[in-house]
Design a protein around this ligand. Sequence first.
Ligand SMILES: *[C@@H]1O[C@H](CO)[C@@H](O)[C@H](O)[C@H]1NC(C)=O
Length: 620
Amino acid sequence: MIAYILYTALIGLAILPLLLYFRNPYILKDISYAITAIQIGMRVSKFKNHKPFYSILDCFLDKVAKQPHKKFLLFEESSFTYSQADKESNRVARALSLHANLKEGDTAAVFLGNEPLFVWIWLGLAKLGCTAALLNYNIRSKSLLHCFSCCEAKVLVAGADLRGAVEEVLPTLKQQGVRVFILNEDCDLEGVESLSDKIQQASDQPLSPHLRASINIKSPALYIYTSGTTGLPKAAVINHERLWMASFLQSVAGVRSDDIIYVYLPLYHSAAFLMGLCGAIDKGITVVLRRKFSASHFWNDCRKYNVTVIQYIGEIMRYLCNTPKRDNDKDHKVRLALGNGIRTDTWADFLQRFGDIHICECYGATEGNIGFVNYVGKIGAIGKEHFLHKMGCPYALIRYDTEKEEPVKNSKGFCIEVPRGETGLLVAKIGERTPFSGYAKNNLQTERKKLRDVFVKGDLYFNSGDLLKIDDEGFVFFQDRIGDTFRWKGENVATTEVADHLLMVDCVEEVNVYGVKVPGHEGRIGMAAMTLKENMDFDGKAAYQLVKRYLPSYARPRFIRIQDALAVTGTFKQMKVKLGEEGFNPAVIKDRLFYLEDHNGYVPMTQEIFNSIAEGRIRL
Ligand SMILES: *[C@@H]1O[C@H](CO)[C@@H](O)[C@H](O)[C@H]1NC(C)=O
C-alpha cells in the first residue's frame, strides 16, 4: 500500500513539470525573467541606498579599474580600451571645466553625430556633475533654439560638420549668453570657440569625485528629446533612476559580459544611448560604434568586429531583408537582436535569411514609466505580461474613442478596462517606484501626459498614447499610436510642428497634418491636407523649399491633399483618423493630390506613382 502511494506520488512529481509545461509552455522563461527582475530590483535599491549615490559613471569607473585593457569602443579603424576612454573623458572634463566654467548642476548641449567624442563628452560632463542635453543633429533654426533653451543649457558643444546650423542660430545664442564651442582645432567664427585644441592640451588625470558629490538618483542625468503634440520637441528628463532602468534591458535580454554590441542608431535617442551604450557599460562589454546605418556594410561590420548583439528598429530589419541575397548571409556571430518595431513578416524573413538570432522585441517610451519585453521571442509581440512586472508597475488598457480622441468613460465618469484580446490605450500608474519625470520647462506638456481619476477618484496615470492588445497568453501587441504624433523611419513626427511650417507658405490657409500607412512599411508617412487662400493655387515650389529648409527628411509631408474645407469633429478638433484611413490613392480620393518626389519637389500625384509605391518600385 505504502509502496503504491509512494509510486503514484513519484509519478505525480515526475509529470508535474510536464503538466505545468502544457498549461504554460513559457514557464522556464517566465521563471528566468522573474529571477532577473528580482535581481534588478535588488540592485536598484542597493544603488539608491549607496552613499554617495552609485551612478552609471561610477559603474564605468569600476569597470575601468577591473578591466582597464578590455576594449570599450571600436570605431572605424580606431579602438579604445576602458582605460583610454577614461583618460579621453578626463581631458574633455578638464577642458570644459577650465574654458567653459562648467560645474555640478550645469547643463551642456551636445550637438554631434555618432563618434567616440560623443561618448567622451558625455562621460566628461558626468565627471563634472553636469547634465548632457542630447540634441538631434537633424534639427535646425527654430526647433534647434527651442531644444536648446528648454533645457537651459549654458554651453553648446557642436561637431565641426554642424557649423552651418550653429551659425544660423548664433545671434540668438549670443543674446542668451550661451558659450558656443565647436570641435575644431581653431575657429574663425566670431563668438564661437574651438574645443579640440583645448581637449588635446588638457591633462588626462582623474577628476575628484567631490566635483559631483551632490548628484543623487533623482538628479537629471540627461535630456533626450521627443516629439511633442504642440509642435516643438520636448526635453524628456532622464534622471539617474530612469537611466539605470533602461540600462538593465541588456540584462533582461540576456546580454553576457563577453558580448560585443553594434551601435549605429543615433546616440541622441534613448535606444542607442540608454539601452545600447549605458547598458554596455553596465555589462562591461565592447561597443562597436558606427556613424550611420548602412545596409551594405551591416554584416561586414558584424564580421569584422565579431559583433554578437545588434540593436534594431523595424525599418532596419526590413532594409536588411531587402538587400540582395548573399552566400555568406549566415556567416556571422550575431546571436541576439534587441529593439523595437519589427513586423511579423520581416521577423520570419530575417530569421530564415540570417540564421538563428534571438530577437528580443521591447516596448517603451523615452519619458514613459512602463515598458514590456518579449523575453520568449514570440513572433509579432512587443512584450509579455508577467505578474511580477504588473505588481511592480500597475498598468491597464482602457477603452478609447479614436474619433473623439479621448478615453471612454462609464456612468460614474471613470475609465473602462478593455477585456483581454481587445485594443485599448495603455496607461501606467504614476507612483513612487514608477515615477514620470516629465519634460523640462514644459509643465503644460507634462500635465497633458497625465490622466487623473482613471479608476478611482484621485489616482494618477501616465498616458502612453499607444493602443495595444494583450492576448490570452499575455502577449502584448502594438496596434496604433494616437494623438498628434506619428512615427516614420524610427523618428516621432509632431503633426503640429510640420503644420506650423507649412502655414508659412504663402498660399496656405489652413492645414492638417497626419500620418498614412504605406504598404510594406512600418509606421506612417507624413501627409498634409490643406485649404488654400482665396484665388491662390498650390505653390509646390515654395512648399518644397520650405519643408526642405526647416524639416528633417523624415518629417516632410510626402503627400499633400488640397481640400475646400478641412474636416473637423463635433468639438472642432481636426479629423486625422478618417483622413489617415483614406490614404493617398488618387483612384479613391477626388481632391487634388501632390507627391513629394526626391530632389524634385511636389508634383501632381498620379495612379502610376501610387501603383509604384504600392508595389514597392518606389521606395519611400
Ligand atoms: C574576431 O575573432 C577572431 C577569431 O576569434 C580573431 O582572430 C579576430 O582578431 C577578432 N577580431 C576583432 C576585431 O577583435
